[in-house]
Every structure is written in structure tokens, then in C-alpha cells.
Design a protein around this ligand. Structure first.
Ligand SMILES: Nc1nc2c(ncn2[C@@H]2O[C@H](COP(=O)(O)OP(=O)(O)OP(=O)(O)O)[C@@H](O)[C@H]2O)c(=O)[nH]1
Ligand SMILES: [Mg+2]
Length: 245
């Protein structure tokens, strides 16, 4: 195949006109030289892992722990993740439509207009050695097939419950009992009130005495943190028992 070659223009000395410049070929005013760009920043180098000046090695990164925030429709899972996460949470909210009327019941008091269609994600550092990665499940039963995937690798779960709609919580509790994953039931006190006392809720949900039941406020960071610490406690308890066995 014939190839097309560019003419060999003589290389211009620094500061002089290039042989193929318009000014050289056609005459005319000499254009100003191109602006000099600042030197590019130095390339990224990972931080050294060698011992520091004091002779001690760098602190280890915190151990990542995966925790699920699960529960029925509209109980406050996304609200909980958003309240505690130290990063802007990843959410997958979609507008609720008329098609959901009679299928998705967020309760009478709710001003809810969106629903989670895949998952929520957030994280919170507990201390230098521990960081929680929080995965909020979708609440609608038609997205239940995703729970197996979301639960993979999790050490424990907070099952969020609305005390006014206890029957929405049964599938979540069944799921974690079957999966044999340590879980804690967190009753989200909408507007600071519970529809029943905790004893009656434990009875209605038919959960064993070994399952912690706590009241919390999904909108309050410290309240969510306290509920998560109970989950962590329960997960560590299970892990130590498994190790001993
Ligand atoms: N008053 C009050 N409203 C709350 C509380 N927790 C959540 N909400 C509201 O209740 C609605 C439901 O909260 P979400 O966090 O979206 O519930 P969800 O469990 O993630 O819902 P799905 O993902 O759709 O299942 C939202 O409008 C929240 O603002 C609470 O403790 N008190
Ligand atoms: Mg949600």
C-alpha cells in the first residue's frame, strides 16, 4: 500500500520559527511564542511503610466489619445509615409511584415519598482498630432476592422495626434466624414514642431471649451508634464462641 508521508520540515532551534509555520511560509507578523506551562506535579508515590522516625511501624488500618441494616418497608433503614455515616451515604432512592398504593404501606404518619431500590451504603469508624461498613437493604418484599447477596460476609445485622407495623418485620427476623447471622432488633421510636412496650414487642415478634431488643431513634447519630454497638457486641460474642468450639 502507498504510504503518505509528511514533508520533512527542518527542526527549528529553540525560540526560532518552525519551518512549517505560516510566518515562514507566507511571511507576515511573527506570532508570540506559546506560553510556558508550569511543571506538572510529581507522580503519585504510595506512602512508605518503613518504620517511622521514632522507630515504631505505622499504625495498622482499622479492621473492616460489614453490618447489615435490614427490616421491613419504610421502617427507617436509610435514615439510620444516613444518620451515622461519616461519608456521604450512597443511596439508591426512587420516587414512590401510584402503582405502589396498596402494595407498599409506609404507615399512616409517614411523609415518605421515596424508597430504596437496591441498597444504602455508609461507614463509621468506631475506633483505631475497627471500622463498620453499613449496608442498608431494600425494604420491599419484591427486592427480597437481594438480601442473600447483601448478607454475604456480614458479621451481624440491625433489624429495624416500626412498633406500629410489627407484621412487616417478620420476614426480616425469619431471614436472619435462618441465615444464623447474629442480629439485634432495633425498635425505631417514630416521634419518640412506641406503639407497645418492649416486652410486648418481644412477645409479638417471638424472638428468643438471646436476641437483644433495643429502642432507638433512626434520626439520631448517637442513638444509631448505641444500637450498632449492641450488634457489634453480639457479633463478637458469636465469633468468640465459634472460635472456642
Ligand atoms: N418522625 C420520624 N420519622 C422518621 C423516623 N425514621 C424515619 N422517619 C421517616 O420515615 C420515612 C421512612 O424512612 P426511610 O429511612 O426511608 O425508611 P426505609 O426503611 O429505608 O424505607 P425503604 O427503603 O423504602 O424500605 C422517611 O420519611 C423518614 O424521614 C423517626 O424516627 N421519626
Ligand atoms: Mg431505605
Amino acid at each position: 500500500m502507498d504510504s503518505v508521508q509528511s514533508p520533512d520540515w527542518p527542526v527549528a532551534p529553540p525560540g526560532a520559527l518552525a519551518g512549517n509555520s505560516a510566518a515562514t511560509r507566507y511571511g507576515g507578523p511573527v506570532p508570540a511564542p506559546p506560553p510556558q506551562h508550569p511543571a506538572p506535579p510529581p507522580p503519585y508515590r504510595p506512602p512508605a511503610t518503613a518504620p517511622t522516625a521514632t522507630g515504631t511501624a505505622r499504625a495498622k488500618p482499622p479492621i473492616p466489619v460489614k453490618i447489615l441494616i435490614a427490616g421491613g418497608f419504610g421502617v427507617g433503614k436509610t435514615t439510620s445509615v444516613a444518620a451515622i455515616s461519616e461519608i456521604v451515604p450512597l443511596t439508591t432512592e426512587a420516587e414512590m409511584t401510584m402503582a405502589g398504593i396498596g402494595v407498599d404501606d409506609p404507615g399512616q404518619r409517614s411523609e415518605k415519598t421515596t424508597t430504596t431500590v437496591a441498597m444504602d451504603f455508609g461507614c463509621v469508624t468506631i475506633d483505631r482498630s475497627l471500622k463498620l461498613y453499613l449496608f442498608g437493604t431494600p425494604g420491599q418484599s419484591r427486592f427480597g432476592f437481594m438480601w442473600d447477596d447483601l448478607a454475604r460476609g456480614a458479621l451481624g445485622a440491625l433489624v429495624v422495626v416500626d412498633s406500629a407495623r410489627l407484621d412487616d418485620s417478620y420476614p426480616a427476623i425469619d431471614f436472619f434466624e435462618r441465615a444464623e447471622l447474629p442480629f439485634v432488633v432495633g425498635v425505631n421510636a417514630f416521634d419518640g414514642r412506641l406503639a407497645h412496650d418492649l416486652g410486648a414487642i418481644r412477645w409479638a415478634l417471638a424472638i428468643g431471649d438471646h436476641v437483644p431488643l433495643v429502642q432507638f431513634d433512626a434520626r439520631d447519630r448517637l442513638s444509631v451508634r448505641d444500637a450498632l454497638l449492641v450488634v457489634l457486641d453480639r457479633a463478637l460474642d458469636r465469633a468468640t464462641r465459634d472460635k472456642r468450639a
